[in-house]
Design a binder for this molecule. Structure first.
Ligand SMILES: [Zn+2]
Ligand SMILES: [Zn+2]
Length: 573
């Protein structure tokens, strides 16, 4: 458990206590402890295991007990009991950004509201505006937050869904009767948010599968051979049980999308072929298809990777052998945009480098926060120099690996970067990102970012819309204009691979490809384990049809460094 995760639980306890009407003295203790934990430079986990937590000033005995339980058991019984007793409506309101526990309490005490639905109604009647400490702006923000809750209800991020799908598939595969299990549906097509998991299981006897699934959650029998089980995250899992000879066609069918299947069906129809949810039929004869590629082969199509099956141009392309060659993990030479304990990362420079090296990458680009990002311990110019010296010293010890000197520079409200030119010139690459002042107009935000793209020191535009999946919409910005400007100025566009972001959205990547844009997968890792987020970036660039030659990560460290030098010399001439 990271310090950030521990801090989050503690501050949540504080909020839940406020919602219960507890005294401010008690609630403040939790908020303070949360802040204390989050700003410690050392992992709290280590301190617990070495019995040193009690020595941290400002953490009382009961707080130490809560944290120890969190680290050792993975949850806090006190937190759990509060989650059970505080009304669910209050807790849902807590997820509205800009609405803290105190405001929710005020709303409840004055308007008698304890659910999101009632809150929305009250906003429509302008009742929030008149409350003490509220105003038109707050009410507008609350309405926006409610809209987001309504849109994201029942949806989960891809990483959670994928983890759950894999664990259930592994469980089923361990059973001697089961031959094959594959994940289908939106998860297989790597949609960024998921409302349902689909699994295809080669086993004709649904009752036997039902018995296995009972261990996982509550099972419901559906029509035909399908079962539905509600997993631990609340996501429904549909399990399609079929005999092995129809496995491939069933997998194709349930992978979707509907749009893709419709186009394939039209193409098949022209050839006198029909595809049902089980069989491929030609001349009233079932054609055996041992795997999915047999289906596409039969239709005279290139195999369409699941990520591309969205019902766009993929069938037209597959019929002319024009599908893009998609990148795979072994194409990725280096991992770009990562944080260390110099700013808000959990691990040291050396630990992050070793983590990347152990994963088979040839280099890591360290891009800590710049000086304006005070909340994230952004680096002063002195700290930048210190870090660069440490990088030089570490690089001297490697002959098979390299650390690149990067920075994630804030794009300041006026569009300039966060250091003087001579400091910017000292980096091997610069990721430029917006982290503040999200509430600008679309025109102003676009100008601000265009100015940063035109800065000759910028190598990559970081998380271009700032969205947080299921939590915060991106700031308003003209994405097409950003892409055009990035192409014109030889700036790569980040596909931020943190599963909370996946920003730029894959739907914009195709446009970028037609314009000749370059992309960079950035795990934005704040922890060694998060270096594996590269996989999510790969899913998204594959989904957007990005080819390896357009990915910065397929360059060697030397080629990557040359990009910045070339940009600077073009600007100077
Ligand atoms: Zn950032
Ligand atoms: Zn970052």
């Amino acid at each position: 458990m990271t310090n950030k995760q521990i801090g989050k639980v503690l501050s949540q306890i504080g909020s839940l206590l406020i919602l219960q009407g507890e005294s401010t003295f008690k609630t403040r203790a939790y908020a303070n402890a949360a802040r204390r934990v989050e700003t410690l430079s050392e992992p709290v986990e280590d301190m617990v295991h070495e019995d040193r937590l009690g020595k941290v000033p400002g953490l009382g005995a009961s707080m130490v007990r809560h944290i120890t339980e969190l680290v050792r058991v993975g949850q806090s019984s006190y937190h759990q009991s509060l989650v059970k007793t505080v009304p669910a409506g209050f807790q849902e309101m807590l997820t509205i950004s800009g609405l803290g526990a105190k405001k929710i309490r005020t709303i409840h005490d004055h308007l008698g509201i304890d659910s999101v639905g009632e809150l929305e109604y009250a906003c429509m009647e302008n009742r929030l505006v008149k409350l003490n400490g509220f105003g038109a702006k707050t009410q507008e923000r609350v309405l926006k937050g409610i809209d987001l809750i309504k849109r994201s209800r029942g949806f989960h991020r891809l990483d959670r869904a994928l983890k759950e799908a894999k664990s259930l598939a592994d469980d089923l595969l361990r059973h001697p009767d089961v031959w094959r299990v594959e994940i289908a549906g939106d998860v297989r097509r790597r949609m960024e948010v998921i409302s349902e998991i689909d699994l295809v299981v080669s086993h004709p006897d649904r009752d036997r599968i039902m018995a296995i699934l009972h261990r996982f959650g509550q099972v419901q029998a559906e029509d035909g051979q399908d079962l539905t089980v509600i997993g631990p995250t609340g996501l429904p899992v549909r399990v399609h049980c079929v005999p092995d000879e129809t496995f491939a066609v069933t997998l194709y069918h349930w992978t979707g999308s509907d749009g893709h299947r419709t186009r394939v069906a039209r193409h098949a129809d022209d050839r006198g072929i029909t595809i049902t949810d089980r069989h491929v039929i030609h001349d009233r004869t079932v054609i055996p298809c041992p795997d999915e590629s047999a289906i596409y082969d039969l239709l005279g199509l290139q195999f369409v990777p699941p990520e591309l099956r969205e019902g766009g141009e993929e069938i037209a392309r597959a019929s002319e052998n024009r599908l893009p060659k998609l990148p795979v993990r072994s194409d990725i030479q280096g991992v770009i945009h990562n944080h260390t304990s110099y700013s808000d990362g959990m691990h040291s420079l050396r630990e992050m480098a070793e983590g990347a090296r152990a994963r088979g990458f040839g280099y890591i680009a360290v891009c800590d926060h710049s000086r304006t990002a005070a909340y994230a311990h952004g680096l002063s110019i002195e700290r930048v120099l210190e870090q660069q010296e440490e990088i030089d010293a570490l690089n001297a010890q490697y002959d098979d690996f390299r650390i690149l000197k990067g920075i994630e520079s804030d794009i300041l409200p006026d569009g300039s970067l966060d250091y003087p030119n001579e400091v910017l010139a000292s980096f091997d690459l610069v990721v430029a990102s917006v982290h503040s002042m999200f509430n600008m107009s679309e025109a102003d935000m676009t100008e601000r970012m265009v100015k940063a793209i035109r800065n000759p020191h910028t190598t990559i535009l970081g998380h271009p819309t700032g969205r947080l999946l299921l939590a915060r919409d991106g700031y308003p910005v003209d994405v097409v204009r950003l892409i055009d400007e990035a192409v014109a100025n030889d700036v790569a566009i980040e596909v931020n691979a943190n599963p909370h972001r996946l920003d730029l959205d894959w739907r914009h990547l195709e446009y970028g490809m037609t314009r000749g844009a370059r992309f960079s997968i950035g795990p934005d890792a704040h922890h060694v384990d998060e270096l594996d987020y590269v996989d999510y970036g790969l899913y998204m660039v594959r989904k957007g049809g990005v080819t390896p030659d357009r990915l910065l990560n397929t360059l060697t460290a030397e080629e990557l460094i040359r990009l910045k030098t070339v940009n600077l010399s073009t600007a100077a001439s």
